[in-house]
Structure formats: C-alpha cells, structure tokens
Write a protein that binds this ligand. Structure first.
Ligand code: 1QQ
Length: 385
C-alpha cells in the first residue's frame, strides 16, 4: 500500500513538473478589442500582429517562431482581470503586453505581479504604473514627460494665450493623472487656469461643461479623456461656438476619433511619444513595411504595441542564447524574462529605449502633432516643429 501510494505520488509530481515545462513560445496580448476603448485598442492589435509577422520573418526566437495569444480586455477593469487570468493560467504565456488603459492596469497588473508574470504596458501613461510591482514595466512614456510638450507647442502657435480651461474624465485614472500634469504645466507657463470641468468617459452630452468654458472666455482648452467622449467634447465645443485652440490628451490620440468629431476635429493638438519620422534604422524599416501593408503611416498606439512585443522577443532571444527556452520550467523562465527585459537596451520604432530599475521606460524623443481634416471622414496627424 505504502509503495503504491508513493509511486502514484511520484507519477503525479512528474506529470506536474512536465506540465510546467515550456512547450511553445507564447506571448500574451491583452488589449481592448471591444467597447469604446477599442477605438484605442484596435491600433494596438494591428501593431502587435505586425510585430509577430515582422519579427518571426526575421528568425523569431533564434530560429523558432513565437506566437501571440490575444485576450480581449473590453474597456473595464473586470475585462482586463479576466484577460490576464486567462493568459496566465490557460494560455500559459511567458509575458503579457497590455492592458490598454491605466484604469485597467491598476486592476489587472497586481494579478500578474502575484503570479510573477512580466507585463509591459503598451499605453499605460498614468503616474504610478511601474510602481505596481517588480514584474510591471511599460514602453509608454508617462504623462508627466509627454503632455507638457503639447502646452509648449500651443504657446508657440499662439503666444497670446493667457487663460485656459481644463476638462477631464474623473472616472478614469489616466485622465485624472494627465490633467494634473496639464494643470501644473499651464501654471508653470504663467497661464491662468480659469475653469476646471469634470465629466465621465461614458458621457455624451457636454452642454454644461462647454457653457462653463464659453463663460470663462479662454484662449485654450485642454481635454483629458478617452476617444469617444473626447471626440464628442471637441465636437460640442465647436458647435457651441468655441474658436480657440484645443489640446487633446493621449486618449484622443487616434484617427478612430475622426468619425466622432469629423471636420470639427480639425486643429486639435496632441503630444506624441512616437513619430514616423524618427530617423533610426529600426523605425525606418518599421515605417516602410507597415506603410506598405496598411497604406498609412503607423500611429503611436500601433508603434508602442509593436515595441512591447519587440522588447519581449529580444529579451527571449537573449535568454535562449544562454539556455534553450524549451529546457526551462515556465515559472523560472517568466522570472528570467522579467530580469532580462529590465536589463536590456532596445532599438525600437520609438528610438532607443531601456528601463530604470522600477520598470519605467527611458526614452529620449517626443513630438507634437495637429489634426488636419481633409473632409468629414479623412484626416491625418501633422507633426509640428
Ligand atoms: C492610459 C492612456 C490611454 C489614453 C491609452 C489608450 O494613456 O490609460 O494610460
């Protein structure tokens, strides 16, 4: 009896440890493929898929192709948590690129942290994201670094600006973080913050906020929200007669907003953590092949998602050169991948990047673009000097 028990135990242990071996090289992508947040997430799906094709076409992981598994996060915290859990336990991914929103990251990243699975945020720009844990890093530069560029650019376009109205979505962690940076920057530039207006990302009617803005008689409006609400706000500001400059934050940073505000999107200024003109060889080959495939230049969210996958892939290549990935136990490889991500240097479309010890991206170049609408449907982001 005793011998039988121990034989069973041994078998169970053996199959358990076998189950934990790395069978295939799978990276998880958890972004918004449905809900209004998909206006932003859609570009991330494109960027990640492009990375899979591009990097596997260049040898994958030292000759072995890797695979991306997508789990839709939708637009809320529950969706992100569910996607992360599926990727970690069902798909047994080595690491995760995602989620789309900081609001989601604050809910889902702690799950990856507890499971010791490395996460690269492709678009999480709120203050405090890398500090969620040791396994959490991001390729998306924070609002504190990116957003002030838009204010400086607006003052360059119109040095007569004295007074500003600030609006933000109070139910979104990124928007509250970004508006903090915008308000500090405005004050530091000597501007008068005449009114601060709040809204929800689910709002569609902004009459109250727009009326307050018009009464405040400002020359600049700064919006921190997401794409659908942000687009409607821009539209209603113009329809009700606001004529001055508008800065949109990172949540308005997509041509998927064009169907919302149409011609009235024209002129909105948005800071960028990516430019197709960034001259590095890594970016120029990316832009060339992306443009050939999609007939338009890559937008920021696609470039950042690409960079997230690229960092995971290059870190895995480095580990595999020392010890073949197929010989690792899953948990050990996830931990090693996290260490490798944080210690490497990467030539990405965003330019050369690396990470500080908390997982914050170290990136040098930032830009500002202005929306130029050709007609109600088509427009582009024109990069400003
Ligand atoms: C964040 C963001 C979003 C606007 C990205 C899509 O920057 O949530 O942090």
């Amino acid at each position: 009896m005793k011998r039988m028990l121990s034989a069973t135990l041994l078998l169970t242990l053996a199959s358990l440890s076998q189950a934990q071996k790395v069978e295939s090289i799978v990276i998880g992508v958890a972004v918004a493929q449905t809900s209004n947040t998909a206006l932003l997430g859609q570009e991330q799906v494109i960027g990640a898929k492009f990375a899979e094709k591009f990097l596997n076409g260049r040898g994958g992981i030292n000759g072995t192709p890797f695979k991306l598994v997508f789990q839709d996060t939708g637009g809320d915290e529950a969706g992100a948590i569910n996607a992360f859990q599926n990727l970690i336990t069902k798909d047994r991914v080595l690491g995760i690129v995602g989620p789309t929103l900081s609001q989601q990251a604050f809910a889902s990243d702690p799950i990856a942290e507890r499971a010791k699975v490395p996460v690269l945020g492709p678009s999480n720009t709120a203050k405090g994201i890398p500090q969620i844990g040791n396994f959490i890093a991001r390729v998306s530069a924070p609002v504190a670094v990116v957003a002030p560029n838009a204010v400086r650019q607006a003052l360059k376009l119109d040095p007569g600006i004295k007074s500003v109205a600030v609006l933000y979505a109070q139910n979104d962690a990124f928007s509250t973080s970004e508006t903090g940076t915008f308000q500090e920057t405005a004050k530091a530039q000597g501007l008068n913050v005449a009114t601060v207006q709040k809204f929800q990302t689910t709002d569609t009617d902004f009459t109250t906020q727009v009326t307050a803005v018009l009464n405040a008689k400002v020359e600049l409006v700064i919006i921190s929200g997401l794409a659908a609400d942000g687009g409607n706000l821009v539209k209603q500001l113009r329809q009700l007669g606001y004529k001055g400059l508008i800065i949109g934050g990172n949540g308005l940073n997509t041509s998927n907003m064009f169907p919302v505000c149409q011609k009235l999107c024209d002129g909105v200024i948005i800071a960028q953590a990516y430019s197709p003109a960034q001259p590095s060889a890594a970016n120029q080959v990316f832009v060339k092949e992306y443009t050939a495939q999609y007939k338009k230049a890559p937008p920021q969210f696609a470039a950042q998602a690409y960079a997230g996958v690229q960092v995971m892939v290059e870190a895995l290549r480095a580990i595999d050169r020392k010890k073949k990935l197929s010989t690792w136990e899953l948990g050990d490889l996830r931990e090693e991948l996290n260490k490798q991500i944080l210690s490497g240097k990467y030539n990405t479309p965003l330019g050369p990047i690396s990470f500080d010890k908390e997982g914050e991206v170290q990136q040098k170049e930032f830009y500002v673009a202005q929306i130029k609408m050709k007609d109600a449907k088509t427009g582009s982001f024109v990069y400003l000097k």
